[in-house]
Ligand binder design. Structure first.
Ligand code: ZN
Length: 161
């Protein structure tokens, strides 16, 4: 597991310009997810992502994304902790390295879901083709909703070993 053998990629939280909360659901809990979504929209000035009933990017099950600026973290995250109505939620920063953001920096409310690590490795190889990834890993991956507005990869390139 690359995650365990690499040195921990220390970051600079002050440079994080945006966070995501990914709210996971299944066909049975979709109505619950709809209620949570409505309540978030009413309460917080967030950028709400579309419903993704099908797996997308590194997310192996249905979810929608909530993008928010750092100044909402202290109110939105505690709200999600206490109002997620049993849904599992991933909160992660956007530093420019999707792999690190989702798999190492992220925090889970509820139960951790195994994300698609291969997809995230693919993103990393794409962002830095010179990085030491075998060529066979460097296949084309569809764009992920979590990476559309990534800030420049300056933080990631500095912290990459
Ligand atoms: Zn995301």
């Amino acid at each position: 597991m690359a995650r365990r053998t690499e040195p921990f990629p220390r970051g600079e939280p002050a440079r994080v310009v945006e966070y995501h909360a990914h709210v996971y659901y299944n066909p049975r809990t979709k109505p619950v997810a709809a209620t949570v979504r409505e309540r978030i929209e009413k309460r917080f000035p967030v950028r709400m992502g579309r419903w993704h009933d099908e797996p997308v990017g590194p997310h192996p099950i249905s979810m929608y994304q909530v993008a928010f600026p750092p100044d909402l973290f202290a109110t939105l995250v505690p709200w999600l902790m206490t109002n997620r109505d049993g849904l599992d939620v991933l909160v992660h920063p956007e530093t420019g390295d999707g792999y690190t953001d989702h798999l190492i920096y992220g925090m889970w409310l509820g139960t951790r879901i195994d994300l698609n690590e291969k997809f995230l490795l693919g993103l990393r190889a794409k962002a830095a083709p010179a990085a030491a990834r075998p060529a066979r890993r460097r296949r084309k991956a569809p764009p992920s909703p979590g990476t559309r507005r990534r800030p420049a990869a300056r933080t990631a390139s500095r912290t990459r070993p």
